[in-house]
Design a protein around this ligand. Structure first.
Ligand SMILES: Nc1nc2c(ncn2[C@@H]2O[C@H](COP(=O)(O)OP(=O)(O)OP(=O)(O)O)[C@@H](O)[C@H]2O)c(=O)[nH]1
Ligand SMILES: [Mg+2]
Ligand SMILES: [Zn+2]
Length: 310
């Protein structure tokens, strides 16, 4: 049987959209005895995966995915409440674009920090987009700028956007050019709306959030990769309501906070967990204001594996 190389453009869990090298799109399913490689996740392959497939039925345009090609990277999240199993969010991405809003819905710094720690652990650079800037009062905007200052200092790219005000559109286009980017964030922050703004032809479904009760309703159900132009891909993913950190040793956690990573050699004990040990350089930096209290609280919360949905 002849095998061809393809790219996973959409994943529904049972079916995958596979694009051939010549651009033809097929519906694909996994081979019966599909061999899983890598970590155990609820979904064996994800959007962005390169695969080898065989045409099963040319008339129906269906294919069988025979194997996954080696990945340059991937990102896995864990749902806090369910099993310890992770969910593969995407593979072979150059960066993640984390979309957040101060309100409607509110994205907490704790949630952002969980995403950032996960991305650090999988070595995926992150750009943070503060969307819906038009909804904010002047004081709220100042709050956003303060948060942005903190994360910029840590090395993350920052962008402010508003769809009705047409704010940040060119900057947004510039950060994803010639890259494969995963758009992630809570449901309702505007991921699909941003996609439609930069590629109006796509007409991706978005949802009006008129009241608090609708907040948990996902509009985007499946992750889909869209080609903006050759070499530029955006992955629109369903909103994340829980962001659990996947298979991480507690002793490694501080490595994924860039401002703590820099201090790790300075603690008195080389196995310091930065909780209540004497002469801890991380705690000292928190007390002196060199590490933001919110970041240290996120560290403790992830350390204790607390639920942090919001
Ligand atoms: N005021 C305002 N509303 C926005 C902005 N961006 C998006 N919205 C609105 O927010 C709502 C949700 O947007 P979506 O694009 O569906 O959100 P999403 O992040 O894709 O949500 P899921 O697919 O559920 O994960 C829609 O009603 C959008 O019109 C913005 O900058 N300002
Ligand atoms: Mg969406
Ligand atoms: Zn320490």
């Amino acid at each position: 049987m002849e095998l061809n190389k393809g790219l996973i453009m959409r994943s529904t869990g049972s079916w995958y959209e596979v694009r051939s090298e010549s651009g033809k799109v097929f519906a694909g399913r996994l081979k019966g005895k599909f061999k899983l490689k890598g970590p155990k996740t609820s979904n064996p392959i994800a959007v962005g995966d390169h695969v080898m497939y065989a045409v099963e039925d040319a008339a129906n345009e269906t294919v069988v995915i025979e194997e996954i090609l080696p990945r340059t990277n991937y990102i896995i999240r864990k749902s806090v409440h369910k099993t310890a199993q992770g969910q593969l969010m995407a593979a072979n991405v150059d960066q993640a674009i984390f979309v957040m809003t101060l309100k409607s819905p509110k994205t907490s710094l704790g949630f952002l920090d969980r995403f950032l720690v996960t991305a650090e652990a999988f070595r995926i650079p992150v750009q943070i987009v503060f969307n819906k800037m038009d909804l904010l009062s002047e004081e709220e905007q100042d709050q956003v700028f303060e948060y942005a200052g903190l994360y910029q200092e840590l090395g993350y790219g920052i962008l402010f956007t508003s769809i009705p005000a047409n704010q940040g559109v060119e900057e947004f286009k510039a950060i994803f050019q010639n890259k494969v980017s995963l758009l992630a964030g809570h449901s309702g922050v505007g991921k699909s709306s941003l996609m439609n703004l930069v590629a109006p032809g796509l007409q991706i479904k978005t949802k009006e959030i008129s009241d608090f009760a609708q907040k948990g309703v996902h509009t985007t159900t499946y992750s889909t990769m869209w080609e903006m132009n050759p070499g530029t891909y955006l992955i629109d993913s369903p909103g994340i309501n829980e962001m659990g950190v996947f298979e991480m040793e507690k002793a490694e956690l501080a490595h994924y906070f860039p401002e703590m990573r820099a201090l790790l050699g300075d603690c008195k004990f080389n196995n310091c967990l930065h909780l209540s040990e004497p002469a801890c350089a991380v705690r000292k930096a928190v007390e002196e204001g060199d590490i933001a209290t919110s970041r240290y609280l996120s560290y403790l919360s992830i350390f204790d594996n607390e639920d942090n949905r919001r």
